[in-house]
Design a protein around this ligand. Sequence first.
Ligand code: NAI
Ligand code: 13P
Length: 325
Amino acid sequence: MMKLGVVGGGAWGTALAQVAAGGGESVTLWVLEDEVATSINADHVNALYLNGISLSPAIRATRELADLATCDALLVVTPAQHLRSVLAGLPIFNTPLILCAKGIEAGTGLLMTQVAAEAKPDAPIAVLSGPTFAHEVAAGLPTAITLACADAVLGQRIAERIARPGFRPYLSDDLIGAEIGGAVKNVLAIACGVAEGAGLGQNARAALISRGFAEMTRFGLARGARIETLAGLSGLGDLVLTCSSTSSRNFTLGKGLGEGMSASALLAHRRTVAEGAFTAPVLRDVARDAGVEMPIVEGVCALLEGKVSVSEMIDALLARPLRPE
Ligand SMILES: NC(=O)C1=CN([C@@H]2O[C@H](COP(=O)(O)OP(=O)(O)OC[C@H]3O[C@@H](n4cnc5c(N)ncnc54)[C@H](O)[C@@H]3O)[C@@H](O)[C@H]2O)C=CC1
Ligand SMILES: O=C(CO)COP(=O)(O)O
């Protein structure tokens, strides 16, 4: 039995630890905050990030990255902007890393697989991504997810280790496709939240999802992703989920913007992560460099940066030249 560790004790890391411990196997979960470690080890809850879920007693929280050194594989679930620093502190070399963050690194424009390859060049890499609200997964509700791994044998071993009756990984070897879907959909979910907050109606949301998917596809294909991955769980599946629900932090951030609040007010003092706010400007920049048109992403950036009002953002999208679909 593969001994799994989890790096990151936010909502998703905790939910994945719950999945990994689902058969009673012991799981070590590295967390940043003392209070999270205490709450998990003493009371089997993560009151800060995943309140209301009873966790398996087989999950042991630690604040020492060194405690993960004996694991056979690690689910890495830090926010995207902290991946590099946390990997740098991990005392492992060739332990397989299953990357679960959804974002692009600010400053470098690198995807999570590229950051991991720089930080741990000898570690085999997999990507786990899909339409997966943490609280539903932790509660055991039915969920399907993409597990992308270049090494088919390793991918199969990981899939068998994490599969549960209600948690179904689908295997792929398209790591780039799997990670691009998750990174881009967060930015598009902000746009859909804006439409909701501004009361623009359901037609507008469907248009943003469809035209957003066209942007995701253009960007993904330019980076070597495969269309079937983008149209699968980790792309379109996650886009639809995140663009349709106030359970999404990104959608909720957009809703606040659409209601007229500023990004700085909405992002100040928040503990949980809305990855799209960090990914939007770097995605815009790498897309521009690659000559890929992403008008919805451009609009979200301008709104986050306070350069346009909500109505100016919407008007700019509606005033674009008519063109074939
Ligand atoms: N919550 C969800 O439903 C899902 C989240 N994800 C992805 O998982 C990743 C983690 O998100 P969540 O678990 O939801 O986080 P969260 O929003 O629940 O918690 C924030 C996390 O950031 C950590 N953090 C803050 N400062 C840090 C630092 N300096 N170094 C390392 N860690 C730091 C906190 O300890 C905490 O674990 C994100 O990329 C997110 O997009 C993916 C699928 C589902
Ligand atoms: O990635 C997610 C669901 O698949 C969670 O979305 P949010 O980060 O917007 O809450």
